[in-house]
Design a protein around this ligand. Structure first.
Ligand SMILES: Cc1cc2nc3c(=O)[nH]c(=O)nc-3n(C[C@H](O)[C@H](O)[C@H](O)COP(=O)(O)O)c2cc1C
Length: 172
């Protein structure tokens, strides 16, 4: 069986779910990442920023927009340096302004993806996979990009069946 790593970022706190702001103790993407890990016995690596984004939703959207416009690479608490043990790398994150949070790129840009297969997974409130596949093409040089999965953020908790099916089909 192939060995899979899930690199993910997920934000706890106030989030927009089906039209209203709710307080999430676990982020939507973290829930999905854990379902993938359970399905194919994958390892998890959480991208964690040194400066946390605001727990306030609107403030966070402003912070994220500024980082996107600046093509920023926010500093992380810890970095993964070596992915040589893995065949498949799932990159899971929330859709922020049509792509991954810049913190994901802080991590991806340090890794050697030669010969790996990468899979875009995104939780969202309507944009679907948006720019995720293109972002992986750009930031995971030397990797081939496999089938992606978009999960509506508000449905993350109920998505285990769909996520497990996707993982079993693509990550074995
Ligand atoms: C800064 C920010 C920007 C967002 N931009 C988008 C967007 O462009 N399209 C979209 O469908 N959802 C957008 N959302 C909603 C999130 O993608 C969605 O709530 C996601 O499931 C959050 O995942 P998380 O709980 O793992 O952080 C945005 C949320 C935030 C906080």
């Amino acid at each position: 069986m192939s060995k899979t790593l899930v690199i993910f970022y997920s934000r706890k706190g106030a989030n927009y779910v089906n039209g209203s702001i709710q307080n999430l103790s676990k982020g939507n993407t973290e829930i999905v990442a854990e379902y993938i890990a359970r399905a194919v016995d994958a390892d998890l690596f959480e991208v964690d920023t040194k400066n946390a984004y605001s727990t306030d939703y609107m403030t966070c959207t402003d912070e994220a927009k500024k980082e996107l416009q600046a093509d920023a690479r926010p500093a992380l608490v810890r970095y993964l340096e070596d992915i040589s043990a893995y065949d498949n790398i799932v990159v899971a994150g929330p859709c922020w302004w049509g792509t991954y949070p810049m913190a994901i790129f802080s991590q991806l840009d340090r890794l050697d993806f030669t010969g790996k297969k990468v899979f875009p997974v995104m939780t969202h409130e309507g944009s679907g996979l948006a720019g995720a596949p293109a972002a992986l093409k750009k930031h995971c040089k030397g990797a081939s990009v496999g089938k992606g999965l978009a999960v509506h953020g508000g449905d993350a908790l109920q998505s285990e069946k769909v996520v497990t099916g996707y993982a079993m089909e693509n990550l074995k």
